[in-house]
Design a protein around this ligand. Structure first.
Ligand code: 5RP
Length: 210
């Protein structure tokens, strides 16, 4: 199981400062969608250059022009690029093809997918690397989470790695670990803590104990 730190509400210098604090305790740094909107792919480039030993995920949440966008994120240094599960099959296949060409990985974000089991089976067959259940901020605000959804995809996905994102905190992490995803994505559960290093270290320890 790997731990991904999601950075959503920072600029580039703040991102670098934050990763410095927790770099020993995470596997992947996510340059979140709001950061890409504010800073562009420069944020991916800057973080990859500052931390060449960490994997960097560009959370582009691609919906169209997938091959081109995966190419641009790859050129900026992203190791993993996200596409939405609600995108057309042709877009997802295009993303996978370009990622393979570039030696990169594709994570499919299943946010807002209605037939989760059915779509997870379909995208799994398209050769994607990760399938991620995700409760976004707008549904977190009304008390939703993705723990049951994780069990759903775990029961149907045969090839891809499974991941979970959305509001995971220290107190809910044990529930996540029980279902054994390959990747746990945490934003506010680390960035919102006074002692970010301690929060990341504790999460890493819990994940390693499995
Ligand atoms: O992709 C995202 C929002 O769309 C976030 O990066 C993801 O939800 C993780 O952040 P948090 O743990 O704060 O929910």
């Amino acid at each position: 199981m790997e731990l991904q730190l999601a950075l959503d509400l920072v600029n580039i210098p703040e991102a670098i400062e934050l990763v410095k604090e927790v770099e020993d305790h995470i596997d992947i740094v996510e340059i979140g969608t709001p950061v890409v909107i504010n800073e562009g792919l420069h944020a991916v480039k800057a973080v990859k250059e500052a931390f060449p030993n960490l994997k960097v995920l560009a959370d582009l949440k691609i919906m169209d022009a997938a091959g081109y966008e995966v190419m641009k994120a790859s050129e900026a240094g992203a190791d993993i690029v996200t596409i939405l599960g609600t995108a057309e099959d042709m877009s997802i296949k295009g993303a996978v093809e370009e990622a393979k060409k570039q030696g990169k990985k594709i994570l499919v974000d299943m946010i807002a997918v209605k037939d989760l089991a059915g779509r997870a089976k379909e995208v799994d067959a398209m050769g994607v690397d990760y399938i991620c259940v995700h409760t976004g901020y707008d549904l977190q605000a009304v008390g939703k989470n993705s723990f049951e959804d994780l069990q759903t995809i775990k029961s149907v996905v045969k090839n891809a790695k499974t991941a979970i994102a959305g509001g995971i905190k220290l107190d809910t992490l044990p529930e996540v670990i029980k279902v054994q995803p390959d990747l746990v994505i945490v934003g506010g559960g680390i960035t919102g803590q006074a002692d970010k290093k301690a929060a990341a270290a504790k999460m890493q320890q819990m994940i390693n104990q499995g």
